[in-house]
Ligand binder design. Structure first.
Ligand SMILES: Cc1ncc(COP(=O)(O)O)c(C=O)c1O
Length: 359
């Protein structure tokens, strides 16, 4: 017997979503962004499955890239934040990593390291103001990099702050700034698009897109569902009812007695909690499916358990199937009821929920 909490990972759905990204930007090459353990889905399993499909993988940092090489992943891997220490440059050459360069230390580090790299992605700060070279200071970086005999190809890259907001002027403004910065270097390839930009913005053709969240079947937009976008959810989190009780009108459930029964009520306890990554902030309208029927969280989420009001589902029994998010109950909806975003929910799933991979 084991605790019945399981994150089912549909690898074929991830491939479907990657293929959709390529279909939407047919002239572009596409990274599969698998940082943060493939947004909680298991970087090794996802990358091994996609290795022969993708143009390249992207991760945040060298540890994540090494984990993939140790698992025999062969595709090129880009370090989206570049290197953090000078000693990493040699490792990048040894393991054939591509590297982002976004500041002076990284530029000088690469030039001093005297190692060969297939590609460097020079990141330009077009308005996000988090990483990247000042747009009016791009030329000296490019000059130094293209004159290095150790570099195969230079790609110019930027990242959008607000591509998920289709009404915002930020994305066209950032594109204008990026295009101005690269206007003297029209022959260099570019990389600008995350999932939201891949799905909905008019982009320069070609180059490299960098879809992340959409690969996992999650919509980056508040008001457009994943289903409408043609995405298939990759993670379905399931558990089981482990206890049942009837309580009288006015009785309360759980910590701080936060849920008070309106009439005679049936309460089901389910094996999942914030110790697994289920959000403690989930409110009393957060949907949960019991035997595919919707009911709602009642009471505070505890470390290992949640409680549901199943009064409207009178045939509920101990051992019944519970679907917390995924197929039929979008994680985006659960996130909206928990004052967060779906990115956070899937990424912070702990190892306590066993992962089961389905092809
Ligand atoms: C530089 C960069 N590119 C691409 C992505 C993928 O973004 P998304 O998951 O929104 O597609 C990220 C994610 O944060 C990123 O930092």
């Amino acid at each position: 017997m084991a605790r019945p909490l399981t994150a089912h990972i549909n690898l074929a759905a991830i491939k479907h979503n990657y293929d959709l990204a390529k279909k939407l930007q047919p002239k572009a090459k596409a990274f599969a962004v698998v940082k943060a353990n493939a947004y909680g889905h298991g970087a090794v399993q996802v990358a091994q499955y996609l290795d022969e499909t993708v143009d390249a993988f992207a991760v945040a940092a060298i540890e994540e890239a090494l984990e993939l090489r140790e698992a025999n992943v062969q595709s090129p891997i880009l370090l989206l934040e570049g290197v953090f220490e000078a000693s990493e440059w040699q490792v990048c050459e040894d393991f054939n990593f591509w590297v982002a360069v976004e500041n002076d230390t990284q530029l000088e580090g690469f030039l001093a390291a005297n190692i060969k790299l297939g590609k460097i992605f020079l990141k330009i700060d077009s308005g996000m103001h988090r990483l990247g070279v000042e747009p009016n200071n791009v030329a000296p970086y490019i000059d130094k990099l293209v004159s290095s005999e150790n570099l195969g190809e230079l790609v110019l890259m930027t990242h959008f702050s607000s591509a998920d907001d289709l009404a915002s002027s930020a994305t066209p403004e950032q594109l204008t700034i990026f295009n101005q910065a690269r206007s003297q270097f029209p022959d260099l390839e570019t990389s600008v698009a995350n999932s939201a930009a891949t799905l909905k913005w008019a982009l320069p053709e070609g180059g490299w897109i960098r879809p992340g969240i959409m690969l996992y079947g999650i919509s980056p937009f508040d008001d457009i569902s994943a289903q409408t976008l043609g995405l298939k959810p990759a993670m379905t989190l399931t558990s089981k009812v482990i206890s049942l009780r009837d309580i009288a009108d006015g009785e309360a459930v759980g910590y701080a007695r936060a849920y008070v029964a309106q009439g005679q009520s049936r309460i089901a306890t389910v094996a999942v909690g914030y110790g697994d990554g289920y959000p403690r902030m989930a409110d009393h309208q957060t949907p949960v499916l019991v035997n595919q029927n919707v009911c709602y969280i009642s009471g505070r989420v505890s470390m290992d358990m949640i409680t549901l009001d199943v009064t409207s589902l009178p045939y509920t029994q101990v051992g019944d199937d519970v679907l917390l998010w995924g197929e039929g109950n979008p994680v985006e909806v659960v996130a909206a009821h928990s004052s967060t975003i779906a990115y956070e929910l899937v990424t912070r799933m702990t190892g306590r929920a066993k992962r089961q991979y389905h092809k």
